[in-house]
Ligand binder design. Sequence first.
Ligand code: ARG
Length: 379
Amino acid sequence: MSKCPFHSHHDASAVSPPPTLPPVDGWSFLDEAHSSPETAALRRILLSDAARAGAAPSLTARELTWAGRIAWRNSSRCIGRLHWRSLQVRDARHLERAADIVGSLEEHLRLAQGDGRVRSILTVFAPATAGGHAPRIWNHQLCGYAGYRSRGGAILGDPRNAAFTRAALELGWQPPSERTAFDLLPWIVAGARERPRLFPLPPGLVREVSLRHPHYAWFGELGLRWYAVPVISDMGLHVAGTDFTAAPFNGWYMSTEIAARDLTDPHRYDLLPTLAARLGLDATRPATLWKDRVLLELNLTVLHSFEQAGVRMVDHHTASEEFVRFLAREKAAHREVSARWDWIVPPMSSSTTPVFHMAMREFPSTPEFRYQPAPWSPA
Ligand code: ARG
C-alpha cells in the first residue's frame, strides 16, 4: 500500500469475508438455537418438510429467540450489534387482533424503558398467512412526534411523520388543542383480519428527556426534547420463508442519531440555523464552521441530558469501538459481517472513529429485518 500520508488506510480484511465459507440457508440459525447438532438437524428436517408441504412451520420459543438475535446480528446498518446476544425476545405469535397487540406494545415499551436502563427487546406477533392476512403497526416507531403540514407546505413537528400524521388525522385522531413541534403520536394498528384502528397512548407511557445544555441555561427554555427509546415498529422479521409483519424491536440511542440527524437534518427538525443564532455564531459563510460548532454543542446537550435523566445512551466514539469489538468476535467465530459503511460510520467526526477507516461490504443474510411497503395509500 502507498505510504502517502493523505491516502486513507482501508483495513479491508476486517470486514470482507474469506471466500470459502459455506452458503447460509434459511434454516442455519437452528444450529445456533440448539446446543446439540442432532437436535438441530432433526428440527431442520421437520421444519423444512412442513414448509415444503405448505404448513406454517412452527418454531419453538427458543428458536424464535435465536432467529431474532441473529436477525439483529445480521443488520448491516446497525452499529450496536456487539450486544446482539442480549436481545430479549417476547413470543406474541398468538396475538393477531389489534386490541391484544396494543396491550403487548404497551408492555414492550414499559419493559424497554425500564427505569432508564433500556433493554433491547423484540416482540413477535402473528405472522402473515398464506392467504395474505397480516397484522401491521403503521407507526415507524412506537414513540414519535407529529408532523403537521400546513396549507403552505410548511411542517410543524417532525417531517418524517408527516404522512403518518395525516393518516392518523384521517382516522379521527384529535391532536392537542394547541399543536406543538413535539406532540406524541397515537398508534395505528391493523389486526391480521381487521381494518386499521387508532389507539391513543396511555398518558405518561412514553418517557421523554428535556434537552438542557451543561452550561447555557437559556438552552432549556427552547423547549427541545426527545423520547428515551427508539422502538422500530414498521419493519418485518423474515425467518426461513415466514414473514412476521409486526415485530417491533428496540435498542438504545446513540447520541448522534438525535443530535446530528433527527434535530438537525434539513429535512427533519432543521435546527442548525436557529441554534447558530442563539449561540451568536457567524452563519453568513460556511468557513466559520458554524454548523460544526452547533453540532458539537447539540451533541453535548443530548448526551448530558440523557445522562442527567438516567436514560441509557451511547456516544458515537464508544459505539464505534464496540462495533470493532463485534467485528473481532465475529471473525473469531468464523462468521462474515455484512455491513454498510454509509450507515455504520457516525454522521459526526467520522474520521476520528475507527470504523471510518474500514472497508465494508453488504450481502444478503438470514434471518433478517426487512423494510415493508407503507401500509397507507400514497399521498
Ligand atoms: N435513527 C433512528 C432515530 O433517530 C432510530 C434507529 C434505531 N436506533 C437505535 N439506536 N436502535 O430515531
